[in-house]
Design a protein around this ligand. Structure first.
Ligand SMILES: Cc1cc2nc3c(=O)[nH]c(=O)nc-3n(C[C@H](O)[C@H](O)[C@H](O)COP(=O)(O)O)c2cc1C
Ligand code: SF4
Ligand code: SF4
Length: 252
């Protein structure tokens, strides 16, 4: 069983490919987490978590969900497959330790470098079209190897993308980022909005309502940027930081 979360589709693609290759069922974490109750996992031999890296760590929506999971039997093999724009920092280490606290053991960790989705701060920008394509092509080549590894129940930290200064990023900057920067307050919409409602339909957390033909954000946001990137009119911005930076989401 593969539990997955994705805002802009990169991790969704990886999750679907792994599920197909390994003949596993998929569970979308925001849907499974919606009622806030415990989530009982039946007897599953293999359990996977697939998610994007947010600030050199697993997104809060993922760790909060895992904390509410109850396993009827411990999985025999547990893996994580993460997608990031550049680097994971110490996510292998911090996620592994988090799982130990939940009574679980991380057997294998796989990293995939995919197109960037975070552009909410000065200096952060999307990949060029060429770089998007080469990252996705490389992931398509990497996937069969990862599927084989998981099928063989290989253990370890594979294709690590730790990057520079991982301690600073995962232990110091990460809590600052989650505490200070993740918010939907800066989102705004300009006159190009035609009220189509796509932003609301595509929000994985159902955090957007259409009010008088315009999106309204309701305070339960992971900053996944799906609403921004998928708006057909590029009418959404995050403060002024995203203006003119372009859009990206994974197209099947
Ligand atoms: C809030 C946020 C924080 C991010 N932080 C990181 C990061 O620390 N390192 C990194 O390489 N990419 C980072 N990214 C980029 C995403 O991890 C990457 O683009 C990922 O593939 C997006 O997956 P998705 O399309 O499934 O949402 C971040 C993206 C968002 C939205
Ligand atoms: S997706 Fe864009 S155009 Fe459609 S309602 Fe949302 S902001 Fe408006
Ligand atoms: S409001 Fe936008 S950024 Fe926030 S969770 Fe929904 S789609 Fe993602």
């Amino acid at each position: 069983m593969i539990f997955w979360y994705s805002g802009c589709g990169n991790s969704g693609f990886v999750a679907e490919e792994l599920a197909k290759g390994l003949n596993q069922d998929l569970v979308f974490i925001p849907d499974a987490a919606r009622n806030g109750n415990e989530y009982i996992v039946p007897n599953e031999e293999v359990v996977g978590f697939v998610f994007p890296i947010y600030a050199w760590a697993a997104p809060k929506i993922v760790t909060e969900f895992i904390a509410k999971m109850r396993f009827e039997h411990k999985p025999k093999y547990l893996f994580a497959a993460v997608t990031c724009g550049d680097e994971t920092g110490y996510t292998y280490r911090t996620f592994g330790k988090f799982l130990i606290k939940q009574g679980l053991k991380l057997d294998a960790f796989f990293s995939f470098k995919m197109p960037e989705t975070y552009i909410n701060l000065p200096g952060f920008k999307l990949d060029t079209l060429q770089s998007e394509k080469s990252k996705i092509d490389a992931v398509k080549e990497q996937l069969p190897k990862v599927i084989t590894s998981i099928a063989k129940r290989e253990q370890g930290n594979f294709d690590e993308l730790k990057g520079g200064a991982p301690f600073l990023k995962s232990y110091i900057l990460k809590p600052l980022f989650y505490g200070l920067l993740i918010s939907d307050k800066p989102f705004n919409v300009n006159d190009s909005c035609n009220g189509c409602g796509k932003c609301a339909r595509e929000c994985p957390l159902h955090n957007i309502n259409m009010v008088d033909g315009k999106p309204r954000w309701n305070g339960n946001c992971t900053n996944c940027m799906s609403c921004y990137h998928r708006c057909p009119n590029n009418a959404i911005n995050f403060g002024k930081q995203t203006c003119g930076k372009g859009q990206y989401y994974f197209k099947k």
